[in-house]
Write a protein that binds this ligand. Sequence first.
Ligand SMILES: [Fe+2]
Length: 335
Amino acid sequence: MKRAAAVLSVTLVTALAAAGCGFGDDGPSIVVYNAQHEQLLEELAPAFTDKTGIEVELRNGSDPELAAQLIQEGEASPADVFLTENSPAMSSVEAAGLFAPLDDATVAGIPEQYRPTSGLWTGFAARSTVLVYNTDQVDESELPDSLLDLADPEWAGRISFSPTGADFQAIVAAVLALEGEDATRAWLEGLEANGTVYDGNNVVLESVNSGESEIGIIYHYYWYRDQAESGDVSDHSALYFFGDQDPGAFVSVSGAGVLASSDDADEAEQFVAYLTSEEGQQKLADSYALEYPLDPSVRLDPPVKPFAELQPPVVNVSDLDGATVVDLMTEVGFL
Ligand SMILES: [Fe+2]
């Protein structure tokens, strides 16, 4: 494994100083611990406030950071809602007993496979695992049928990914759920031998586009967003979808839940209900994000590959085990 030069994380943790009374009026307000992309919530939260009059204070961080903070704060947490990029962080907060059950009406628009049977949180957006490949260096016909094949020696020195991120770790959690611990460890060992690691999926995309790496493991929206904006870091690359229920076709779910300790549980539930409503799902589809809405009646516009064509493997969102993933990745030397 090569380690690419450290790149400063661009995640700005906007720790708003407001301690519960930071808004200049007496209207209702909620605190959202937000591990989804900050820019997405900066589009969705104001739309919710316009509709309901409920102010939203976003405290941004990563999935593991904010999950750990919630578990540490427990009952004393100021958070009313937790939003993640990927579901393993939702499962760890659920396992700590910190979520209140959601109303049936709140989750009704989201297909059952994208929420836990416990009813303690729900998915509200989805992202597809993809390979990005440099089109000058690789022909699509050379790409493997399975994500698991990337551990083979033929890919030595040709592949990049971002193992410290919650996105990649969710993909590993899916491999673990589908293939078991021994196969996952062996796959990670192969990737460790073959790969160059970067800090962030955008950097992986850049490395593939520039030809520094031939292929990279990312989520679909990084490539589509760059295409929609400028093509600067994607014009020399293309996406490859594994499909066929391969672990590499894993669809990861972004989660939303209400904290049991919330003092504003009704407003918090309204916020989650907005995210899962047809209106909120359409707002997501119309946003810059290019992540998939989960309400089947709402669709992303082309050129994004239709959600219905992804052929993901069947993975129970409750079975994604982030803690074992961190143990395995530590053992193999990624973390
Ligand atoms: Fe992401």
